[in-house]
Write a protein that binds this ligand. Structure first.
Ligand SMILES: NC(=O)c1ccc[n+]([C@@H]2O[C@H](COP(=O)([O-])OP(=O)(O)OC[C@H]3O[C@@H](n4cnc5c(N)ncnc54)[C@H](O)[C@@H]3O)[C@@H](O)[C@H]2O)c1
Length: 353
């Protein structure tokens, strides 16, 4: 395979880290990683991974700083940019929307401008192959009725500061394509789970609460529906779109796996009952708590377009994926302790307003 320089933003986060490990494992590409190493980031698990010292180059900087971003983009001469850096937790966006506007909107603007500056000075042949992939979420489409699904033509209707900031970033990316011909692609993906996810998100938080014998909080009645995808499937989708997608196109990526929050937590409890049985079933720890303000009822993706265009499908069955994830958190308790210590986050409720 031709050796590529891939610039990844947010590469020390959950999805970025899984993407970088996959690239190191299965390609000969070089990776330039821009990350400010915020509370959810973990650079150690990339630094300790094979070939990282030869093919992974971290630039610890904030996307808010345009001059620094431009310098790294120009110097690293990327063939491909994959933009993942963002503030990513809805509950935190309710508490502190400012950080989301700065990272997700201003940050995206800066990486776009820097990419355009770099792209404009490329030779004609390098211009033909350069690509910029923006990784986004299905939350930009708002909330579905019980039987609905999002697709590439769904109207934007974001409801939280997080989803509104991501929607803004999607619009900026499309505008840089329409106005300046920057060769972009966009992916909108459903809820991810898997190893190395920061323990504020539903699945790792529930596993850790259960292991500590603490109450497992579920918002409202637990009836909110999400379409769960294993991070490996998302990472494969990102690479497929980045390398083979049509310029200017949007691809929706999903797990074809709708579950209510209650169903999901019950599956995790059953897995824990089998792995490390307690006197009582883990589901006895489930506690329904006051709902998240403005909680969207349902997100779910129709994956027909990406399946037909690129032949990508999600491969991991939710039961296998969750079993592996539970096993990973059981085997990596020191990782969770390190992340909690570094961030100061200990599992408390966020986003109550
Ligand atoms: N997690 C999901 O379920 C999911 C689903 C669909 C799309 N996405 C999108 O995928 C991307 C990655 O999500 P994640 O779950 O890995 O998030 P994450 O919070 O685990 O990682 C984000 C990374 O970006 C970095 N970052 C944030 N702001 C930055 C800034 N201003 N400058 C430099 N670095 C910065 C952080 O330090 C962190 O390493 C996000 O854009 C998110 O919107 C996530």
């Amino acid at each position: 395979m031709k050796e590529l320089n891939i610039l990844i933003t947010g590469g020390a986060g959950f999805i970025g880290g899984n993407l970088i490990r996959k690239i190191l494992l299965s390609t000969n590409f070089n990776i330039i990683n821009i990350d400010n190493l915020g509370y959810a980031s973990d650079i150690e698990s990339i630094n300790n991974f094979r070939d990282s010292n030869k093919r992974h180059f971290l630039h610890q900087l904030d996307l808010k700083n345009y001059a620094q971003v431009l310098e790294v983009v120009k110097k690293s001469k990327p063939d491909l940019i994959i933009h993942l850096a963002a503030e990513s937790h809805v509950d935190r966006s309710l508490d502190n929307p400012f950080a989301f506007i700065e990272s997700n909107i201003i940050g995206t603007f800066n990486i776009l401008q820097a990419s355009l500056n770099y792209y404009s000075n490329l030779s004609a042949s390098n211009k033909k192959t350069f690509r910029f992939l923006h990784v986004s979420t299905d939350e930009v489409f708002g909330s579905l009725e019980e039987n609905g699904k999002f697709n590439e033509n769904t109207r934007y209707d974001p409801k939280s500061p997080y989803s509104a900031s991501k929607a803004s970033s999607d619009h900026l990316v499309r505008a840089w394509h329409n106005s300046y011909n920057l060769p972009i692609l966009i992916t909108n993906c459903s809820n991810n789970y898997g190893p190395y996810q920061f323990p504020e998100k539903l699945i790792p938080l529930s596993i850790l609460k259960a292991l500590n014998g603490e109450k497992i909080p579920i918002y409202g009645t637990g009836g909110n529906i999400r379409d769960w995808i294993h991070v490996d499937d998302h990472v494969n989708g990102i690479l497929e779109v980045a390398l083979k997608g049509n310029i200017g196109e949007t691809y929706c990526i999903g797990g074809n796996c709708e579950k209510t929050n209650l169903e999901l937590i019950q599956i995790i409890c059953t897995i824990l009952d089998q792995k490390i049985p307690m006197k009582k079933p883990y589901s006895d720890l489930i506690e329904f708590v006051k709902d998240r303000p403005g909680h969207d009822l349902k997100y779910s993706i129709n994956t027909n377009f990406i399946e037909n265009e690129l032949g990508w499908t999600p491969k991991k069955n939710i039961y296998d994926g969750l079993t592996e994830t539970v096993e990973w958190y059981l085997e990596n308790k020191d990782w969770t302790s390190r992340m909690q210590k570094k961030s100061g986050y200990k599992g408390e409720r966020l986003g109550k307003i």
